[in-house]
Ligand binder design. Structure first.
Ligand SMILES: *[C@@H]1O[C@H](CO)[C@@H](O)[C@H](O)[C@H]1NC(C)=O
Ligand SMILES: *[C@@H]1O[C@H](CO)[C@@H](O)[C@H](O)[C@H]1NC(C)=O
Ligand SMILES: *[C@@H]1O[C@H](CO)[C@@H](O)[C@H](O)[C@H]1NC(C)=O
Ligand SMILES: *[C@@H]1O[C@H](CO)[C@@H](O)[C@H](O)[C@H]1NC(C)=O
Ligand SMILES: *[C@@H]1O[C@H](CO)[C@@H](O)[C@H](O)[C@H]1NC(C)=O
Ligand SMILES: *[C@@H]1O[C@H](CO)[C@@H](O)[C@H](O)[C@H]1NC(C)=O
Ligand SMILES: *[C@@H]1O[C@H](CO)[C@@H](O)[C@H](O)[C@H]1NC(C)=O
Ligand SMILES: *[C@@H]1O[C@H](CO)[C@@H](O)[C@H](O)[C@H]1NC(C)=O
Length: 282
């Protein structure tokens, strides 16, 4: 009797421990964020939970208007780091607000709004005064690598660095998609962090979203950019979430094992896995 209840107690403890559900933290801009770019648009991060069922919890900490630089300066990565539990995942997707070069004397409402990264792929810095404070601005890969290292040091199961989403691929009248420079920087940062061997994974989110938009066709895609060519209506945000999940499942990340959907089913709807080779850190 005593032994039995002890065993039952041990067993239920083991079940509680193994049932700890990981949180997937999302860091990004309006294309990911709750309420997207406002006015009825939505970010893809809001739909990610539907592909994980009760296998994971999603916390969408993306925030409209932010870049890798301003997300860092405003302490938004730090906020994720403070709440992160060992075994959690972090997805980092920036690029649409990162372009340009830092300006002197701008404020949060003028000029570059303090979001342009220092141009370059390496350890270049740009020193500027922003909001009356001197700021040593880093490059995109420097910001992403620094925050990813912090999450891994805190015990994150892994970090996913995702390529930014495309704008409307049918805008010109015909399908057109070119991977932007920040997609390359995201891939580079993943490689420089050690890639899959170091639990850092690249997702070709832009490429998968472009493929999904191509398959949907111009009429549907146009109708799902109600405001401009960047911010999506809920339907297309959901499609972009599925495109992310497909990119994850076409790679080697253990996070893909928590997805409730079969890869073949996602491929039927959103297109096949994109061509890959051993150098792509997916
Ligand atoms: C969003 O809607 C508000 C209210 O209708 C409008 O004032 C604003 O210009 C819109 N913003 C954009 C970016 O379309
Ligand atoms: C996400 O996490 C942040 C930081 O811990 C928290 O403030 C926020 O309420 C969470 N959001 C949701 C939807 O749980
Ligand atoms: C910046 O990178 C260059 C080239 O990789 C290297 O030679 C240099 O030492 C680095 N500088 C700093 C301050 O890390
Ligand atoms: C901003 O101003 C400082 C001080 O005048 C100067 O050293 C720096 O090079 C300027 N930065 C840019 C990007 O113009
Ligand atoms: C910057 O300094 C000016 C002049 O002192 C002041 O009027 C302004 O409010 C300051 N701006 C910020 C964002 O602190
Ligand atoms: C789209 O492609 C078709 C066929 O190649 C071409 O005739 C047409 O001019 C193109 N339209 C635009 C807007 O580029
Ligand atoms: C997975 O299935 C759920 C439930 O049907 C659905 O909401 C979600 O969009 C699917 N995810 C993908 C990537 O297809
Ligand atoms: C691997 O794929 C990437 C992305 O498509 C490409 O840039 C790279 O050149 C390829 N490398 C090799 C060795 O084929």
């Amino acid at each position: 009797m005593k032994l039995q209840s002890m065993l039952a107690c041990l067993l239920s403890t083991a079940i509680v421990v193994s049932a700890k559900v990981s949180t997937i933290w999302l860091a990004g801009d309006s294309t990911t964020a709750p309420d997207g770019g406002h006015n009825g648009t939505e970010g893809w991060g809001q739909y990610l939970k539907y592909s994980f069922g009760d296998q994971a919890v999603v916390n969408n900490s993306a925030y409209a208007g932010r870049s890798a630089r301003s997300f860092t300066r405003e302490g938004r990565f730090d906020k994720i780091a403070q709440a992160l539990q060992p075994g959690d995942w972090v997805v980092i997707e920036f690029g649409i607000n990162d372009a340009g070069a830092p300006q002197n004397g701008s404020t949060s409402t003028t000029g570059d709004k303090g979001r342009a990264d220092c141009p370059g792929a390496g350890n270049q810095t740009c020193t500027v005064v922003f909001n009356n404070a001197t700021e040593v601005v880093q490059t995109f890969p420097t910001y992403v690598k620094a925050t990813a290292r912090k999450f891994l040091d805190l015990g994150a199961a892994g970090v996913v660095i995702a390529e930014q989403l495309p704008t409307n691929v049918w805008e010109s009248g015909n399908y057109s998609y070119r991977s932007p420079i920040f997609a390359y920087y995201s891939q580079l940062a993943t490689l420089e962090l050690g890639g899959p061997a170091s639990n850092v994974f690249f997702v070709q989110h832009g490429g998968y979203a472009a493929q999904a938009q191509r398959l949907l066709g111009k009429t549907v895609v146009d109708a799902n950019y109600p405001m401009d060519h960047t911010h999506t209506a809920p339907f297309l945000a959901d499609v972009h979430s599925q495109a992310f999940v497909l990119g994850l499942k076409c790679g080697t990340s253990p996070l893909a094992n928590l997805v409730v959907n079969a890869t073949a089913r996602i491929e039927q709807a959103r297109g096949p896995c994109l061509p890959a080779n051993a150098t792509l850190p997916i």
